[in-house]
Design a binder for this molecule. Structure first.
Ligand code: ADE
Length: 201
C-alpha cells in the first residue's frame, strides 16, 4: 500500500484571513518591517500578501531547501540561493507558509542574521506545534495531533499530481484514485482535476 498522507485543502479565503491575522500580529508586535524576505517557494505568496498589508515595498527572496536524506551528507536543510539584496541595518521579517519541522526557517534566520540586519523576526501562516523552531508571529497554531499535509492554493497542482501518482498503483482508474484520495487523504478532489493530474491517456 502506498503512503498517502491526511491532507487539508486550503482555500484562498483561508489564506486571506490568515494574512490579515498575521499582519495584525506584526503590527501589534514590533510594527511593520523595512524588508520582507520570502522563503522560496512557499513563502512567496504569503510574503507578498503581507507586504501589501504592511505597506512594505522592499521584498527579497531566499531559498532554504530540504534535500532529503540522500542529497546532502547530513540530510539537513541548506541555503541553496542566498539573499538577493542587502539587509544590513534594516528591520527584517522573514516569511514562510508553514513551520513543520522548523528546519528551513531556522536555517534561513541564521543565514539572514549573518547579513547584519538591525532587527530580525519571522512569521508564518501556520505553525505546527512539534516544530523545533517557533516563529515570532503566526496566524494559526496547529496541534501536532492535527498534523496534515496542507495543500496550499499556490501548490495545488504539484500536490495533486504527486498524490495522484502515489495513489495510481492502488487506485488504477481516475475514479479509483479519487476514492483513495477521499478515503486515505480525506480530501474531495473534483473529478476533472484528478483526470487532469492523470495526464494525457
Ligand atoms: N511543508 C512542510 N510541511 C508541510 C505541511 N505539513 N503541509 C504543507 N506544506 C508543508
Amino acid at each position: 500500500m502506498t503512503e498517502l498522507p491526511i491532507c487539508t485543502l486550503v482555500s484562498w479565503k483561508d489564506i486571506d484571513r490568515w494574512a490579515d491575522t498575521l499582519a495584525q500580529e506584526v503590527l501589534s508586535g514590533s510594527g511593520a518591517p523595512e524588508t520582507i524576505v520570502g522563503l522560496t517557494r512557499g513563502g512567496w505568496v504569503p510574503s507578498r500578501l503581507l507586504a501589501d498589508r504592511l505597506e512594505v515595498k522592499h521584498l527579497a527572496a531566499l531559498r532554504a531547501q530540504h534535500w532529503g536524506v540522500t542529497a546532502t551528507p547530513n540530510g539537513n536543510a541548506e541555503i541553496t540561493e542566498g539573499l538577493t539584496t542587502s539587509v544590513k541595518g534594516r528591520k527584517v521579517l522573514v516569511v514562510d507558509d508553514i513551520t513543520d519541522t522548523g528546519e528551513s526557517l531556522d536555517l534561513a534566520m541564521e543565514h539572514v542574521r549573518t547579513k547584519e540586519p538591525l532587527t530580525l523576526e519571522s512569521a508564518t501562516l501556520l505553525h505546527i506545534s512539534h516544530s523545533t523552531y517557533v516563529p515570532t508571529y503566526y496566524a494559526e497554531d496547529v496541534p501536532k495531533e492535527r498534523w496534515a499535509w496542507f495543500v496550499f492554493p499556490w501548490n495545488y497542482w504539484e500536490d495533486i499530481r504527486t498524490l495522484v501518482a502515489k495513489a495510481r498503483p492502488d487506485g488504477k482508474t481516475p475514479s479509483g484514485v479519487r476514492q483513495l484520495l477521499r478515503d486515505r487523504c480525506r480530501i474531495e478532489v473534483p473529478e476533472e482535476d484528478v483526470l487532469r493530474a492523470f495526464g494525457p491517456a
